[in-house]
Design a protein around this ligand. Structure first.
Ligand code: DGL
Length: 282
């Protein structure tokens, strides 16, 4: 896979959360080869500083570029919020001008602007994504004036709950209920709720049952990102031609492969076979 012209599409997340995006990409376009990298040894990113998230994300992206990936999706809001701009504007032009790296925030923002009826949007995300203010900024920029109010709530316990497979527990129910209630206290008129962290769809049942008002649209990113990716590949044949298409899916983790295999299979809803440990990122 190293350095060639044609290679799989890379998908990166700090841990298991990006699998919720990968799952939907595979279901929409099963023919594309995909390589997933989870930095499970250093998860969570959400509570880390700007510089550390930038550095870790650059290392992960470089690793996928070294495998030859023509296109890398940052299936992590925290990495998209903190590192995407730097990677797109500085890192790629200098180190890999013919490759592309895309994030998950812009597609979610555009979709929220399309579906909101009253312009009140709520965002649940990690501390890092919330403090970056990426969602309010991007919603202002890309909603064409349709989004009038954005409120955010950081949910620092949610990623550790998912990473430790504590999804269906009373502990998870407690923290999800508490944080959703805090968000709706800030704006009871929210009609569109963005799950601004790729781990959160795994807590969807608890989230849905915690929402205090009816008819709130919950935006999960997987399907939206998959559709935007399909659209991107249609518009960029020069990248699309470099993506190999044998329906092969491989996985890399910075943690124990056996542990990753067991948890990832659970999150993917199907067996995850080919898992390799990366001892360190470049
Ligand atoms: N899946 C990442 C996101 O979308 C989780 C971040 C973390 O590792 O805390 O933000």
């Amino acid at each position: 896979m190293t350095g060639g012209n044609c290679a799989p599409i890379g998908v990166f997340d700090s841990g298991y959360g990006g699998l919720t995006v990968l799952r939907d990409i595979i279901s929409l376009m099963p023919q594309y080869d995909m390589v997933y990298l989870g930095d499970n040894a250093r998860t969570p990113y959400g509570s880390r500083s700007f510089d550390v998230v930038c550095q870790y994300t650059r290392e992960a992206v470089q690793c996928l570029l070294d495998m030859g990936c023509p296109l890398v999706i940052l299936a992590c809001n925290t990495a998209s919020a903190k590192a995407l701009r730097d990677i797109q504007q500085k890192y790629l032009p200098k180190n890999a001008p013919d490759r592309r790296v895309l994030g998950v925030i812009r597609p979610s923002v555009e979709y929220a602007a399309e579906v909101t009826r009253n312009g009140h949007v709520g965002v649940l995300a990690t501390v890092g994504t919330v403090t970056s203010s990426s969602y309010p900024i991007e919603l202002r920029k890309w909603s064409g004036g349709r989004v009038l109010a954005t409120v955010q709530q950081a949910c620092p316990m949610w990623v550790p709950l998912v990473e430790n497979n504590e999804i269906n527990t009373s502990g998870a129910a407690f923290f999800v209920h508490r944080d959703v209630a805090r968000l709706f206290d800030k704006d009871p008129d929210i009609d569109t709720l963005i799950l601004g962290c790729t781990h959160y769809p795994l807590l969807i049942d608890a989230i849905r049952s915690s929402i205090p008002t009816p008819d709130v649209r919950i935006i999960e990113q997987g399907k939206i990102v998959a559709q935007k990716l399909a659209d991107y590949l249609r518009r960029h044949p020069e990248i699309e031609q470099k993506c190999t298409k044998n329906g092969k899916h491989t996985y890399f983790t910075t943690e124990e492969p056996a542990l990753f295999r067991a948890n990832a299979s659970l999150f993917m809803g199907q067996p995850v076979e080919s898992v390799t440990r990366l001892l360190r990122l470049p």
